[in-house]
Design a protein around this ligand. Structure first.
Ligand code: GLU
Length: 499
């Protein structure tokens, strides 16, 4: 059997968009599933719009996603000579011809033909010129393009998503393969390159499906094997229009900047329009490779849902190694320390925040946003509702001071000892443990919920815990129990450090 070879062929006329990357993912998964090869071709023949910056962005994004390609990416612009040779070949075979009809005139002729009830395509009168006449006009300097002589038979190809697609020949123009200025068109370049890259399966967006019959005609006319095709339905925004920037869908690198993980993007984008036929949302790369199959591609367009992508990210947060998360957070962490935001911001505390909060975060930066208390004493009670509910007992200031004293007295401040101290004291008070668990959590973090309390206490350290509990006790003495104004518009008083 011929080995599977597929390609992703982006035009470097823009950044790699989140919608576009799905085509790359499908190609990659197909190649890996079949132990085949995944190739890249940079279709940079539009010299006006192609930019190195975009090419770099596309390759960086693919690398970041772990879509490793198997051969040096091929630049289409380096192949123009070869494309022209193949155009010549088509002329020699009588399958292409010089067309001297200017573009606007060709369009007008097509419209007239259609109005007359004839065929729905442009048929150039110049297809009938003898080679001699044609050459004479060209030699005389008359401008021309090379067009393909569309035969009369209908064109059919098998699509792995849509089944057999048949296009009546009378709807296909005698299309241009070499422009007036001597540049090959996309139609010509793609066929020559796919053929010489020995591509066996073309997986691309459904927006290309009208190009395929023309490409099949070119393969046939050149006597080349026709690859197989799979045209993947488009991705739509929530308004059912083709996904675009308007929907907030952006470049892959922008998602990267927002803290999306490559594994999450892979899992979400792969399952957008493809399913393994089971009730499952989250896939690792290995599972995707194992299960990917063209049969699982839906015929209907898929709708992109950024919230689902965010959810997916949260699913993968716990799988990222702590050291990698620390690495990702370090620049922002340093920036906040620089800005004076984190007086207790140290490397070890960052490690603790990562360890305790990563399963509660959707994005890496959530660890900093939600875990400021790892790096500074709380300056306010952030959870107003919890503060109102949990800090209302009038004896709380005294109880908190007592609790702080008991924590301070512990020889070893570990989870077991801390928990024991709290339980013994609440039993003495004839209260549930919750009577102090919640106030202590509010004291040390300002939050109503968070990681396991005793783990958090140990992580923050004895001295910090004792200080923060005493600080809250003083705050309650000053502002009452609960320290929450009745007017919901009025902010909570700031917590001041102990004098
Ligand atoms: N360069 C084309 C594009 O970016 C893809 C062509 C193809 O896959 O055949 O849409």
């Amino acid at each position: 059997m011929t080995p599977v070879r597929v390609r992703f062929a982006p035009s470097p006329t823009g950044f790699l968009h989140i919608g576009g990357v799905r085509t790359a993912i499908f190609n990659y998964l197909f190649a890996r599933h079949h132990d085949g090869q995944f190739l890249i071709r940079i279709e940079d023949t539009d010299t006006q719009r192609s930019k190195q910056e975009y090419e770099d962005d596309i390759l960086d994004a693919l690398k970041w996603l772990g879509l490793k390609w198997d051969e040096e990416p091929l630049r289409q612009s380096t192949r123009v000579t070869r494309h022209r040779e193949m155009v010549e070949e088509l002329i020699e075979r009588g399958a292409a011809f010089r067309c001297f009809v200017p573009m606007e005139k060709a369009q007008a002729m097509k419209e007239a033909e259609m109005a007359r009830g004839g065929i729905n395509a442009f048929r150039s009168p110049d297809r009938e010129l003898t080679p001699k006449e044609s050459k004479a006009r060209a030699d005389a300097g008359e401008p021309y393009a090379i067009r393909f002589k569309v035969p009369t038979l209908d064109v059919a190809f098998k699509d792995h998503v849509r089944g057999t697609v048949t296009t009546p020949a009378h709807t296909i123009d005698d299309f241009i393969i070499l422009r007036k200025d001597g540049t090959p068109t996309y139609m010509m370049a793609v066929v020559v390159d796919d053929s010489e890259m020995e591509i066996t399966m073309v997986i691309r967006g459904a927006d290309h499906i009208t190009n395929t019959p023309k490409q099949v005609l070119l393969y046939q006319a050149l006597g080349l094997p026709v690859p197989e095709f799979a045209h993947v339905p488009l991705i739509l925004g929530p308004d059912k229009k083709r996904l675009s920037k308007r929907h907030g869908a952006a470049a892959v690198t922008e998602y990267r900047g927002k803290g999306y993980l490559p594994e999450a993007i892979m899992s979400y984008m792969a399952t957008l329009g493809w399913s393994a036929g089971e009730d499952k949302d989250v896939y690792t790369r290995e599972e995707l490779i194992e299960q990917f199959d063209l049969k699982g591609i839906n015929k209907a367009s898929a709708v992109f849902d950024e919230q689902k992508l965010e959810w997916m990210n949260a699913q993968f947060m716990s799988q990222v190694r702590d050291c990698d998360l620390q690495q990702m957070l370090r620049p922002e962490f340093a920036r906040r320390i620089e800005a004076g935001q984190y007086p207790h911001g140290t490397g070890p505390m960052l490690a603790e925040a990562v360890r305790l909060l990563k399963t509660r975060a959707h994005f890496p930066v959530d660890i900093l946003d939600k875990g400021g208390y790892f790096f500074e004493d709380p300056t306010e009670l952030e959870d107003r509702k919890a503060a109102k509910k949990r800090l209302k007992h009038e004896d709380l200031p005294a109880r908190l001071d007592e609790m702080a004293g008991r924590f301070e007295a512990l020889q070893t401040f570990d989870e077991e000892q801390a928990e024991e101290a709290l339980r013994v004291y609440t039993e003495e008070l004839e209260e549930n443990a919750g009577a102090l668990i919640h106030p202590v959590r509010l004291a040390v973090s300002g939050m109503g919920s968070g990681p396991s309390l005793f783990e958090l206490l140990v992580s923050l350290g004895q001295e910090t815990v004792v200080r923060r509990i005493r600080t809250l006790a003083a705050h309650l003495r000053k502002h009452g129990t609960p320290p929450v104004p009745d007017d919901p518009e009025q902010p909570l008083p700031k917590i001041e450090p102990l004098g």
